[in-house]
Design a binder for this molecule. Structure first.
Ligand code: PGA
Length: 263
């Protein structure tokens, strides 16, 4: 069981979705739901992670929202600053556009785009040096789970970043545990299995840094309104990284509400 109270985070990972008109509609619906019944900022941080191209436009569309919504980039460059790096977006450029958070190490980046631990470390270092909050994703494959390697895999992924995070920077790290077999499949880890892994992650983090006890550890993988309350009730699950269900305003709102009300 964790020590200090941790304000949960519910973050919508829109991935390579939606088209502009649908994004506009989604934002409008979410703002309306929050206007009808607000979710207090002190009870739950809410973030959305649109494609990089739309970060500023979505941020502007939320500017008259009844509460703050954090903009989360889906990725950043392994190269810092500015320069001749065609196609890249650095941590400094994100920060300059008032983006405060960034996802690093999502399994789709690791598996489809070849983000190795070394690349992820460069990205994390740049993000932290620019003052961004990092949502660092970890998780095992089905094969690793079935061969009893889940815990080892996930703890290794935590250890992988230990050399680049400075002692005072751990409070800028949020961990998202996303078992790969649960992403976009409709299968969720049972609350018991998820809680057990989250407790292990917290134990691992606490061995690396005193900040570990107070760090938010989010669960991701087919989170929906139907399972959010049970997941939120687990002591070491401090929020959710939501893919598919975040593309529906009502579903996403209900997930945030579940965490705000349960924690
Ligand atoms: P999902 O995706 O909710 O659609 O499973 C979660 C994620 O990949 O962050």
């Amino acid at each position: 069981m964790s020590g200090p109270a941790i304000t949960p985070w519910v973050v919508g990972n829109w991935k390579m979705n939606p088209m502009r008109a649908d994004a506009k509609q989604l934002v409008q619906e979410l703002k309306q739901l929050l206007l009808n019944q607000n979710i207090e900022e002190s009870k739950c941080h809410i973030g959305v992670s649109p494609v990089a191209l739309e970060l500023q436009s979505i941020q502007a569309q939320f500017s008259d929202c009844s509460r703050s919504i954090s903009m989360v980039a889906q990725d950043l460059s392994r190269v810092a600053g500015t320069g001749a790096y065609t196609g890249e977006i650095s941590a400094e450029l994100l920060k300059d556009s008032a983006v405060e958070c960034v996802l690093v190490g999502h399994s789709e980046r690791r598996e489809v785009f070849g983000d190795t631990p070394a690349v992820l470390n460069e990205k994390i270092k740049n993000a932290l040096n620019a003052g961004l909050t990092v949502i660092y994703c970890v998780g095992e494959s089905l094969e690793q789970r079935e061969s009893g390697q889940a815990e080892h895999t996930v703890l290794q992924q935590i250890c992988d970043i230990a050399s680049v995070v400075q002692p005072e920077q751990w409070n800028k790290i949020i961990v998202a545990y996303e078992p790969i077999w649960a992403i976009g499949t409709g299968k969720t880890a049972s609350p018991e299995d998820a809680q057990a892994m989250h407790a292990k992650i917290r134990e691992g983090l606490s061995q690396i840094s005193p900040a570990g006890q107070g760090m938010a550890i989010l669960y991701g993988g087919s989170v929906k309104p139907e399972n959010a309350v049970e997941l939120a009730a687990c002591p070491d699950i401090n929020g959710a990284l939501v893919g598919g269900a975040s593309l529906n305003a009502e579903s996403f709102y209900k997930i945030a509400q579940a965490f705000a009300n349960t924690k």
